[in-house]
Design a protein around this ligand. Sequence first.
Ligand SMILES: [Zn+2]
Length: 118
Amino acid sequence: MSEIDFEKIGLKVGLEIHQQLDTKKKLFCKCRPIESDEYTEKFSRSLRTAKSELGKLDPAALFEKTKSKKINYYANSQSSCLVEKDEEPPHDLDHDAKKISLLSKNYACFPRRKSKGR
Ligand SMILES: [Zn+2]
């Protein structure tokens, strides 16, 4: 088995984590997040590339777009709208959902210290 020189080939790997938070509304729309295994809708989307906050296009996303794949999604109509179907732009951020997501981000990035005596 040959070894791959990841630096030589310029490999970059990213990890995207999704987590459902205990909010009354979703971050980018007014839908109520619900936990359900009941999927009343099925829709498909093509990958759409968008510039990052830094104004750059992600090369990996550009590559994936050349494959012209359709991705199937299953959703519950009580907790899903045109924003998730990519048929409507994201709405203004929900203030409470933003606050909770920022608190969760800080918690995830800075693990708690182990307290002495435990
Ligand atoms: Zn929605």
